[in-house]
Ligand binder design. Structure first.
Ligand code: ADP
Length: 262
């Protein structure tokens, strides 16, 4: 129940009480919980068959390549790519339900931040022929955080940079260490984001509306999940962008001073 009261004063200025209204939000809360539970169950149920189909299509692709049936192998490759997309959408939905119910688990460990960025850039360069991922690394340090989750954020920023720059090819990934923080930035020269939308891109299910919505598929969850992960790890995430000129997404994490195990 939320209440918002206005203080009331007599003519002589003395306080006489509050006038306010009270709204019962129990029902709204229950609806939200039901919605989260439904998304959680539905995405969990979808995950199992998709994983199983993917296992079969991967085997079929290998068989077709061995047999030299390249056209069919190519079709199977496309099926696999679409299944990867589906898997990633399902895991985003699962992550959101975990975040909303406070059940997102973290398994922190010491790792070399710069090395993780380099490995991911190498993997992601293989996913695009159109873009050139340019690396500008300054030495960083060891962080104590959930390596997989941090990798998920870096992957999200780079895949977004690729997705939202269909007509330009340059993407710059840079790292640095400043004031006891490691920092990574992903800069593209693509469609950019208008000033009015800049603050909203980290919100749950937020997508910039208009023509762009149809051009670029997505659920509007990647940046929300990323910002929740970075917040939980004690870091900061931000964006600078200009519509039509490109965007620069960065995040920083505190360097661990006590856990120096590497
Ligand atoms: P999705 O890409 O699935 O829509 P995200 O949460 O990753 O979800 O991004 C939210 C919105 O922020 C996107 O719909 C897009 O409008 C905007 N956005 C994210 N990254 C970029 C980028 N690199 N360039 C321009 N717009 C971006």
């Amino acid at each position: 129940c939320t209440a918002c009261g206005q203080p009331q004063y007599r003519d002589d200025g003395s306080f006489c009480g509050y006038i306010g209204s009270c709204t019962d939000i129990t029902e709204q809360k229950e609806l939200q919980q039901q919605k989260d539970a439904f998304i959680g169950i539905a995405s969990h149920e979808l995950k199992t068959p998709v994983t199983s189909i993917k296992a079969y299509t991967q085997v079929l692709e290998r068989i077709l390549i061995k047999k030299g049936e390249h056209t069919e192998a190519g079709m199977m490759r496309k099926m696999n790519d679409q299944l990867d997309r589906l898997t990633s959408l399902i895991s985003d939905l699962l992550d959101v339900t975990k975040i909303n119910s406070g059940k997102l688990q973290f398994n922190p460990q010491n790792f070399d931040f710069e090395l993780l960025v380099k490995e991911l850039v190498e993997d992601l360069q293989r996913t695009t022929d159109r873009h050139k991922l340019i690396e500008q690394y300054l030495p960083t340090g060891v962080v104590f955080a959930d390596k997989e989750r941090i990798g998920q954020v870096i992957t999200n920023l780079i895949t977004n940079a690729i997705k939202y720059s269909p007509k330009t090819d340059k993407i710059i990934i840079s790292t640095e260490m400043k004031d006891e923080e490691v920092c990574v930035c992903v800069e593209d020269f693509g469609v950019g984001i208008s000033e009015e939308n800049l603050n909203k891109v980290f919100e749950q299910f937020y997508r910039v509306s208009g023509d762009m919505q149809h051009t670029f598929p997505g659920l509007g969850l990647g940046l929300y999940i990323s910002s929740e992960i970075i917040k939980r790890e004690g870091g900061r995430i931000w964006v600078d962008s200009q519509e039509g000129a490109g965007s620069r997404f960065c995040f920083s994490l505190p360097v661990n001073k006590t856990e120096t195990g590497l």
